[in-house]
Structures are given as structure tokens and as C-alpha cells.
Design a protein around this ligand. Structure first.
Ligand code: ATP
Ligand code: MG
Length: 287
């Protein structure tokens, strides 16, 4: 009897803890959605004014071209250099503004739990595109860094029903982390280390038009300690230095796969060996 009472007490305490956590998460969600919404407008202004300035700069370059004859060669060369730098800066403002917008969209998606539309999708092609997009984005910031990308995408895979815009975001989030971690390990280990990321896509038939989609992304980066692994899907959990991570990537990814697609995400990781994320998603094959 007493034992029962004790275990009931423990259960009640656990439930209370869970409720408190959910309550905190709900108000955190509302708060961040509010902030995200407010920040979106001024950010749009920043991006649009920067786009307009790029156009104005092009006009200015046309005008300069016309009156080049009346300028000394040095002055003309200076003006050209300065306007090229200006253009580059404006494009950077745009690029980083758009990055900020995409973070904000992530926060809004997360807090509203808004789902996109299921569409017939060539998942092999989608994964291929986003793996390389992430690679090129990383290379844009550091041209000297190289890594090996291996792809193993099942041939002749039929289209399946997924939410392409969400799935691509999930692949991108995992890839961005993979690129980050192999880069970090490379900076610690030097020439003997070959940074490698592997992307695998396969479809397991389950009878009729049912199937199970597997997307596996493996890196040979830093790996995670058991403590980090346990928290990897928590909102705002990050081990990256301030300004480099928001701690949203994997929690959005987990929501996309579990809530929006009814699937699951598996994590296998070992410090100094690497990490593998597997999405397992039940899908319908499009005939
Ligand atoms: N492939 C990986 N290898 C090692 N650690 C990882 C990997 N993926 C995620 N992590 C760990 O999980 C944490 C949370 O990842 P998550 O993507 O959610 O946030 P983040 O990358 O820190 O920031 P961002 O919101 O910009 O993605 C990371 O800070 C890192 O410690
Ligand atoms: Mg991330």
C-alpha cells in the first residue's frame, strides 16, 4: 500500500514537472513567434533597400561609363574598384539578411507548427540538391576548405509524397551541422584527416503503395558526448559560440520529420568518430 502511494507520488511529481515544462515551452513559443514576426518587417526593408541600391549602383556605373573620357585613368580605376566593393558589400547585406529571414521563418514554423503541402517528390534529387547547396554555402565563406561528399542514392526511385519544402530544410539543417563539425575537426587535426560526408537515400517497399523512406547523413566530424546527444533536439540547445548557432536546426528538423511526416529521427554518434542522422519516414509511392 505504502509502496503504491510512493510510486503515485513520484508519478504526480513527474507529471507536474512535465506540465511546467510544457507551459514554459508554450510561452516561449508565443514570445519567440511575436519577436520573429516583428523582426521580419524591418529585415525585409534591409533586404529590399539593399537590392534597390544594387540597381542604383548599376545605373551609376552606366553614367560613369558615359563620362569616362573626362576622368583621369587613375580616377576611373578608383571609381571602378570602389563600386565593385560597394556592390559586394550590398550583396553580403542581402545574403545575411536572407539568412536571418530564414532563421525567423524557422522560429515561426516551429512555434505555429504550420505544415506545408504534401507533393509527389523525387527525394533522391532533393537530397542531392540540398547536400550540395549546403556544401557551396560553406565554401562561399571559406574557399580554402574542402571535403569529400559521397552520395548513394537508390536508382530509379519512384516519386513519393512528402512536404518538399520541409524535407529540404531538414536535410539542409543536418548538412549544415555536418559541414560545421568536419570543419571543426579539420582545424584541430590537420593534414592527416580527410573530412567526409555521406548521404544515402533508399526506399523500402511495404506492400501496395506504402513504403518507408530512409535518408541517412553521416559525417566523420567531432561526434557528440552522451550529454549533447541527449539534448540535440531541444529548442535553443547549442554548443556553438555565440553568433554561430541558434540551437534551432535540429529541433525544427525533428518536428519536420516526426510531426509533419509521422516519421522518426535516429542519431548514432561517437566522439572523434562522427555522427549519423537517419530520417525514417512512412510514405506513399506515386504511381
Ligand atoms: N553532426 C553533428 N556533429 C556534432 N555535433 C552535432 C551535430 N549535429 C548537431 N550537433 C550538436 O547539436 C547541437 C544542436 O544542433 P542544432 O542544429 O539544433 O543547433 P546549432 O547547429 O547549434 O544552431 P543552428 O540553429 O544554427 O542550427 C549543436 O550545437 C551541436 O553541439
Ligand atoms: Mg545546426
Amino acid at each position: 500500500m505504502e509502496e503504491n502511494c510512493e510510486s503515485l507520488k513520484v508519478q504526480v511529481a513527474n507529471l507536474q514537472k512535465q506540465l511546467q515544462k510544457q507551459d514554459k515551452m508554450a510561452s516561449l513559443g508565443l514570445l519567440s513567434a511575436g519577436i520573429a514576426h516583428e523582426v521580419q518587417n524591418p529585415l525585409n526593408f534591409v533586404i529590399n533597400f539593399s537590392k534597390m541600391s544594387v540597381k542604383l549602383l548599376e545605373d551609376l556605373q552606366d553614367v560613369l561609363e558615359d563620362c569616362k573620357g573626362s576622368l583621369s585613368e587613375d580616377d576611373a580605376a578608383d571609381i571602378e574598384d570602389i563600386s565593385a566593393d560597394l556592390q559586394e558589400n550590398l550583396l553580403k547585406i542581402q545574403e545575411h539578411g536572407e539568412r536571418a529571414i530564414s532563421i525567423i521563418r524557422g522560429i515561426l514554423l516551429l512555434s505555429r507548427g504550420k505544415a506545408g503541402e504534401m507533393l509527389p517528390t523525387d527525394v533522391g534529387q532533393l537530397v542531392h540538391e540540398y547536400v550540395w547547396l549546403s556544401y557551396h554555402a560553406m565554401r562561399a565563406n571559406d574557399k580554402s576548405f574542402n571535403l569529400t561528399i559521397k552520395e548513394e542514392i537508390q536508382e530509379d526511385m519512384p516519386k513519393v509524397m512528402v512536404i518538399p519544402q520541409d524535407l529540404s530544410r531538414a536535410v539542409l539543417n543536418v548538412m549544415n551541422n555536418a559541414c560545421y563539425t568536419v570543419k571543426e575537426r579539420a582545424s584541430q587535426e590537420g593534414a592527416d584527416y580527410q573530412p567526409t560526408i555521406e548521404a544515402k537515400v533508399l526506399l523500402e517497399p511495404k506492400g501496395g503503395s506504402e513504403a518507408e523512406l530512409h535518408v541517412i547523413i553521416t559525417d566523420n566530424g567531432m561526434g557528440m558526448t552522451p550529454e549533447v546527444k541527449e539534448k540535440v533536439f531541444e529548442v535553443f540547445f547549442t554548443t556553438k559560440p555565440a553568433g554561430q548557432g541558434t540551437g534551432l536546426g535540429m529541433s525544427i528538423t525533428n518536428d519536420i520529420i516526426t510531426k509533419n511526416h509521422g516519421g522518426r529521427v535516429l542519431v548514432e554518434t561517437e566522439p572523434k568518430v562522427g555522427t549519423s542522422f537517419t530520417f525514417i519516414i512512412p510514405v506513399k509511392i506515386v504511381k
